[in-house]
Design a protein around this ligand. Structure first.
Ligand SMILES: Nc1ncnc2c1ncn2[C@@H]1O[C@H](COP(=O)(O)OP(=O)(O)OP(=O)(O)O)[C@@H](O)[C@H]1O
Ligand SMILES: [Mg+2]
Length: 353
């Protein structure tokens, strides 16, 4: 992998090991920047929500990320050029990909970073984004169904905000919302059916012991065309009064309950951490099974969040999973891994083995 002009990184050649890569260094050294660069090569966005201009090294106007991806049935060559004045340029195996979905099918990654704690403690939109990102990596048409749903929803809401909006033009969007919404909701339901038992298992076996966790799909409306169409019809006058569309898959949630109460407001901080790590472990497991390949796992500052025995069990699970892992830490001696491990030091954006 190579990076030029990305944050503070100076990465002419970075050759990671095929299993555990421990990235250590002081605060502000550039560890998370390296993980962000690797993750950008998969997700095509910053996990810290940074805009392109924030990613480009201060005082310059372009960044280039390049990587070679091995281990799958075919190797892939990835190249991304970011510029502050021009559109982003993506090149996959020497060609411009037809859509970002082609890219997401080629490069699969699972990420944990401290900001992910909002998956357990934050609002439903965070959990929907988690589900959507997984589905994008597993299902080649999911991304376009979600995009049509969201586009129609924005248009409908824009009309609802206008005072003069007439019934017929608002309701013209209902058909596409019902159709695309049913596809989106059903994909989420199937995903959660598959994911939930794995989350529960990871949570109880690896992280928490005896506290029962319940994981469920919680749709705002049943995800069928008829049910969504009926809900839109029913809520029409309320929608006009409120100025937005209330019902549909944009209100879906992934319910997480501990001891039969919502984990969001009742879970401890440590429980939130373990729930999120269980979600990520389950994601890795499911993506591996559905795609026949273990995704790259990126863990930003994960072990500072776990006690010693949970740390050890977590790494045991990851060793069994067998994929390529990148993890950052300020204390490499706290990473309880002995085998298949390569350590890299980061200092002022330079990475040395
Ligand atoms: N666009 C940019 N251009 C140049 N430097 C940048 C840019 N964005 C961030 N930096 C620098 O990157 C450094 C932060 O790097 P990073 O977040 O990777 O640290 P870290 O090693 O993960 O530290 P910590 O252990 O505190 O998490 C800061 O010194 C910051 O000034
Ligand atoms: Mg960091």
């Amino acid at each position: 992998m190579r990076a030029r002009g990305f944050r503070n990184l100076q990465l002419p050649a970075f050759e990671p090991g095929s299993h555990f890569n421990v990235i250590y260094g002081d605060n502000g050294a550039g560890k998370s920047n390296l993980l962000e660069a690797i993750h950008y090569l998969g997700a095509l966005k910053s996990f810290r929500g940074a805009k392109t201009d924030d990613l480009i090294t201060l005082g310059t106007d372009a960044a280039v990320l390049e990587a070679r991806l091995e281990g799958g049935p075919v190797p892939h060559k990835l190249q991304i050029e970011l510029s502050s004045s021009q559109r982003r340029r993506l090149v996959l195996d020497g060609k411009r990909p037809r859509s970002t979905s082609v890219w997401h099918q080629a490069v699969r990654m699972v990420l944990f970073h401290p900001g992910d704690l909002v998956l357990a403690s934050g609002s439903a939109d965070k959990r929907r984004a988690f589900l959507d990102r997984m589905l994008e990596q597993m299902d080649p048409i999911y991304g376009s169904s979600l995009a049509s749903y969201e586009k129609a929803l924005r248009s409908r809401n824009r009309l609802l905000k206008e005072d003069s909006s007439d019934r017929r033009s608002v309701r013209a969007y209902d058909a596409i919302l019902s159709k695309a919404g049913a596809v989106v909701g059903q994909a989420r339901r199937r995903l959660i059916d598959d994911l939930a038992p794995r989350v529960v298992r990871a949570f109880s076996e690896v992280f928490a012991g005896d506290t029962p966790l319940v994981v469920r799909y919680l749709p705002r409306v049943e995800p069928t065309e008829d049910a969504i169409a009926a809900a839109l019809e029913r809520a029409f006058s309320k929608d006009v009064a409120r100025g937005f569309t209330a019902d549909g898959p944009h209100g879906d949630d992934l319910e997480l309950r501990l001891h039969e109460v919502g984990a969001r407001h009742h879970g401890s901080q440590g429980q939130h951490r373990t729930i999120v790590l269980a979600l990520k472990t389950a994601e890795l497991d499911l993506l591996s099974e559905r795609t026949g390949r273990v995704p790259i796992l990126l863990l930003d500052d994960v072990s500072s969040e776990l006690d010693r025995s949970r740390n050890r069990r977590f790494f045991e699970v990851l060793s069994q999973a067998g994929g390529q892992v990148f993890l950052t830490t300020t204390h490499p001696e706290f990473i309880l891994l002995e085998n298949d491990r390569v350590d890299f030091q980061v200092d002022g954006g330079r990475v040395t083995r």
